[in-house]
Design a protein around this ligand. Sequence first.
Ligand code: LLP
Length: 436
Amino acid sequence: MKFLGNDMITIENGVLKIDGYDGNKLAKEYGTPLYVMSENQIIRNFKSYEDAFKKYVEETGREFILCYAYKANSNLAITKLLSKLGCGADVVSGGELYIAKLSNVPSEKIVFNGNCKTKDEIIMGIENNIRSFNVDSIGELILINEIAKEIGTVANVAFRINPDVNPKTHPKISTGLKNNKFGLDVQSGIAMRAIKMAKEMENINIVGIHCHIGSQLTDISPFIEETKKVMDFIVELKNEGIEIEDVNLGGGLGVPYHKDKEIPNQYYLADAIIGTIMEYKDKVDLPNLILEPGRSVVATAGVLLGKVHYIKETPCAKWVMIDAGMNDMMRPAIYEAYHEIIPCVLREEKEVVNIAGGLCESSDVFGKNRKLPKVEVGDIIAILDVGAYGISMANNYNARGRPRMILTRNRGHHIIRERETYGELIAKDIVPDHLL
Ligand code: LLP
């Protein structure tokens, strides 16, 4: 049996296997809840981008750089793996920049996003001589210029424009609409004003235009519209005597969470973006191309395993209670996100159930009305495609330690993140003397 997007999931003799390893055995060895990440699947996802976009380099002689969005999953083993493959980093905080440096990502492959970079983060970015700050406001531009001046250097900046493109995704993960908080509006002239200001600044080096319209895009047309708007703007800039080296089109390619619906992959994306940029080859010098995908690099490489502790019937449903919860993986609770759920032992008989975690919240439900092979107490349940925005959004709600994470590879598996202990849960709390 095949699962769209994740070649690592197979069903053999009624048992779910992850990268060839029996999910039940992994759960027994490492305990639950457990994140399982597949090294092979991450490599495949990354290589699909490289392979799909190499024709841009061949046709234009310019660079193509993939800056993996650390927010999707910034586990050090994963960032090191990607860095070893030659991948860059899209960071949005001092913490992520720290992890990128620790992962040996070269400075010229690090871009810094975010709409509220602090002074300390800007200093850190300048001192590390990153490829670009993706500037989100005029205030930020002024601050970067001041800090660069104090340090006695020149900072590289790209401008995040807001193109007002509908990404046709969940409203909570749309970012490039006029009413979103991100970017410099193009239509009203704010973006142009910011860039003209930058041109006059002594400590700013204008390197690029950046754009990101949203996440989990399952339709290619918004990417085409985005690329056109960016390229039109670059033509306008050229007319003003401003040359652009880098075009960064952000991330956003979706993954097939629903296994019955095929969605465009990296190759469709590459054809759409490259085809659109090529239409401008007589109008401007073609730029280096940067992308910042997060989800499509790691989502399909991750599985969350939880153990069934109770099965109970209410007048409305049969509930399967597992020891993974919304604190471990928030996506269903906050975005009503769909994730495929499969028991690791697949019995013949089927039944319709709700699968829930054990937190005291009614939104702590991973799936409702799912027709699954019958499960029993003690069974292991797999929640698929959780490699992105799973552990990175996990938290300690209900005083639950975040789960252990392992990495599977051809030759065995390794723990890449330890389970948090009770002691760690209170390690940062301080009890004043009068309460001792
Ligand atoms: N670049 C920028 C500037 C971004 O804001 C994002 C994601 C990315 C790149 C990566 O986008 P991706 O390729 O992963 O779609 N927590 C949400 C997703 C929030 C995405 C925020 N920005 C979720 O679980 O669906």
